[in-house]
Design a protein. Sequence first.
Length: 126
Amino acid sequence: MNNPALDAASRVAEVLAQENAALQRMDLPVAVALVPAKEAALADLARAAPLPASALSPAVLALGRRLADLAEENRVLLERAIGVQARIVQMIARAATPTRDTAHYRHPADRRAPYRGLAIAVSRRV
């Protein structure tokens, strides 16, 4: 495109399209691996000089619309991925929590406190 702003915008669009495809497949490791490329492309776009109004050709406007559409899709897909991740964490937390002792087959004089589960933390860095 021969313009730093347009080149940077095109790179952002390419990376967003790749990330959206990964998020659509719920391939979170691939999506996370694209974060540095997305950040670099966005930084290049932020550094680029704005286009003059005379440079707003139909192709440039189409690129702007594509970026807006990709960004909105990215937002929706990221919210979905975060929701799925939260549900998985809840399932793991429930599975790790010991069941409550609802039946009391002890002698009434046995005043020991019921068993309490140990604290647990689960972490995975991608």
